[in-house]
Design a protein around this ligand. Structure first.
Ligand code: PGA
Length: 248
């Protein structure tokens, strides 16, 4: 039976504690126990909590770890920053880059996000590259153009070395989601820019009660989950949904 590849990524943003990160890791990894090989679950706590999350996992854990950002450089005089090789040493296999909160708060732009992605790939990490239109762009019917432009920056990266997360900015933390047709159209736009083999996740108000429908959308290879991932029971329910969708 052919297995579908699905990624579920838990983005804790600036939430959690050593205890909650350890307990989440332990429980979600256990829930992944019988999941088909095509399903990958990634836990992205704040970097300072990675160590506690990792200590709660066995050697051959099914739950993978990721970070929420890295620097453009491998090392240097950059006070307060963390490099991709350091994240790899801390046990990360993934790193979220270009999240809209960082684009808005720190003026992160596609050119520097691309440099971070190159550094991350060189360090052995899989970047999860976030793109998406704002509410105003959505209302002006500019979604396709915005996605083509943002995704286009990543065209030089080798397909398979990264994931794209399509996150409409207006859907993040708002409880609002695009229609399934809008999600399918956006994913199609990204694939027509970067190639049909690129894996594209959807993010923005994903919850246990809408994940099934989102995973059923044409072209969707998983979900980036913020608020709803803070609840381990909800995350475990979403692992079960994704397990069914990945078809074993
Ligand atoms: P949300 O966040 O699930 O809380 O909408 C998603 C994200 O910001 O990655």
């Amino acid at each position: 039976m052919s297995e579908r590849r699905i990624w579920l990524v838990a983005n804790w943003k600036m939430h959690g504690s050593r205890d909650s990160a350890a307990s989440f890791s332990y429980r979600v990894n256990r829930a992944m126990g019988e999941a088909p090989a095509g399903l990958t679950t990634v836990f992205c706590p704040p970097s300072i909590l990675l160590d506690a999350a990792r200590a709660a996992l066995p050697q051959n854990a099914r739950l993978k770890l990721g970070a929420q950002n890295c620097h453009t450089h491998r090392e240097g005089a950059f006070t307060g920053e963390t490099s991709a090789p350091m994240l790899a040493q801390a046990g990360c296999g993934y790193v979220i880059l270009g999240h809209s909160e960082r684009r808005a708060q720190w003026n992160e732009e596609c050119a520097s996000i691309l440099r971070k992605a190159e550094t991350a790939i060189e360090a052995g990490l899989v970047p999860i590259l976030c793109i998406g239109e704002t509410q105003a762009e959505f209302e002006a019917g500019q979604t396709a153009a915005v996605l083509a432009k943002q995704a286009g920056y990543f065209a030089t990266l080798a397909v398979g070395s990264y994931l794209i997360a399509y996150e409409p900015v207006w859907a993040i933390g708002s409880g609002k989601t695009p229609t399934v047709d809008e999600i399918a159209a956006a994913h199609q736009q990204v694939k027509s820019t970067l190639g049909s083999a690129v894996s594209v996740l959807y993010g923005g108000s994903v919850k246990p009660n809408n994940l099934r429908e989102i995973l059923a959308c044409e072209g969707v290879s998983g979900a980036l989950i913020g608020g709803a991932s803070l609840d381990p029971d909800g995350m475990i329910a979403m692992v079960h949904t994704a397990r069914d969708a990945s078809g074993d």
